[in-house]
Structures are given as C-alpha cells and as structure tokens.
Design a protein around this ligand. Structure first.
Ligand code: CA
Length: 226
C-alpha cells in the first residue's frame, strides 16, 4: 500500500497515450500510479502492489518481464495483451501472471480486476464473505444455499464447494491445481477429469455454460453471463 492507503500500481507500457490515460483513470480511482515504458525499467523498479504489464515492449517482451519478476517475488501481475489470442493469455498465466485483460479494455473492468487480484494476494481467508451476489446468482456459504434469480439450485456437496470457491473471487482465473487443492483437498498433478465433470454439471444446473469460463490448460473463472 502507498502512504495514502491506495494500491500502488506500476504501469509497464510503451504506448504513451495508453499509459497516460490509464494513469489518469487509476489515479482518479484512488490508486497511486508509477509508469515505466520498457522491460528493463520494470524489472529494476521499486516493487509495487501490482504490475500492469504490456506484452509488446521495446526491449524484451512482457512475458520475459513476468518471468524475471517471478524469479524474485510473487507480486500480482495483470498482463495487458494487444492480441486477442488464447495462446498469449494462456502463456501469460502459465508463466505466473495472475490475470490478463485484452486491449481495448474498459477502465471499470480493469479496476475490478486490480481490486480482485490484490485482494486475493492480501489475505484470502479474512476477505472471504459468507454471502456472494453475482448477477442473479446468490450464494450463501453459511447456509450452503444457492439461488439463481430467486430459484433454489440443487447442487451436490462438491458442486457447491466448487461454485462457492469460484465465487469467492468472481472474474478471477482459478488454476486447476488450486481448485483441486481447495475443493478436493488434494495436491493434484494428474488429469483433472473430475473437475471438468463438476463444471459441466454446474453449468447445466445454472442453465447457461457462460457462467463458468474455461481458460484452456489453466483453469476456470466465474462471471455473470453478458
Ligand atoms: Ca506496447
């Protein structure tokens, strides 16, 4: 946190127009913003609360910056990808980025992602709320009840645990291994067919597959269907 209590954001972006409009937007959202325009400066900079990391940089690319940052610490990183290619998104997450947004993105969406990622890195246990509302979905973890548009959804115990876990940080990509560990209480490095089967069952019960987005070979995230 910065002195004024806001999130300290380091923008790593060589496009001056994008970087300055981002800086203005995030500053007015109460964040404290620093800017660098290449990979070397990003790696050398004082560690922020979160990095917003462009993929296309003039010296070495955002993936390489991400790798170098991860060699020394786990500070949250959101990749800003210009290309809407799944390969970029998956690759960024595989090498340790926490999330990505695809350009062009809305400021509101980005701020929501920043808050979600920094919250997750803060302290998961104490920020988990017992009741979550997303779109028409109401999850009461204490009573173990899920309502969709006021209708009770009948889930098995594991389906409930899985949905509640994804809902604890909506909009965030949860990695397969993290899900297996949290929901099935196991370190799992093999195939995760059980997980896919449960996701499929929940999607069917919610009546719309878009509630749970699959990020291929990485994991899943819960979002209200648009
Ligand atoms: Ca760029």
């Amino acid at each position: 946190m910065s002195d004024n209590g806001g999130v300290d954001v380091l923008i790593v972006e060589d496009d001056d127009a994008i970087a300055s409009s981002l800086a203005t937007g995030l500053t007015s959202a109460g964040m404290s913003v620093r800017r660098v325009s290449n990979g070397a400066d990003a790696v050398a900079a004082k560690v922020p609360d979160i990095y917003l990391l462009d993929v296309g940089l003039p010296d070495f690319d955002g993936f390489e910056v991400c790798r170098r940052i991860r060699q020394s610490h786990q500070t949250p990183i959101i990749m800003l990808t210009a290309r809407n290619e799944e390969i970029d998104r998956v690759f960024g997450l595989e090498i340790g980025a926490d999330d990505y947004v695809t350009k062009p993105f809305g400021l509101r969406e980005l701020i929501a992602r920043i808050r979600a990622v920094t919250r997750r890195h803060g302290s998961f246990e104490t920020t988990t709320t017992e009741i979550v509302d997303i779109g028409g979905l109401h999850i009461d973890a204490d009573a173990r009840r899920i309502l969709l548009n006021g209708e009770l959804i009948d889930l098995t115990a594991k389906e409930f645990d899985l949905l509640a876990y994804l809902a604890s940080q909506p909009g965030i990509v949860h990695r397969r291994n993290d899900i297996m560990e949290a929901v099935w209480d196991t370190n799992w490095y093999g195939p995760t067919k059980t997980l896919d089967a449960h996701v499929a069952a929940i999607r069917k019960k919610l009546g719309n597959a878009k509630w749970i987005e699959a990020i291929r070979s990485v994991g899943f995230r819960l979002e209200a269907p648009q």
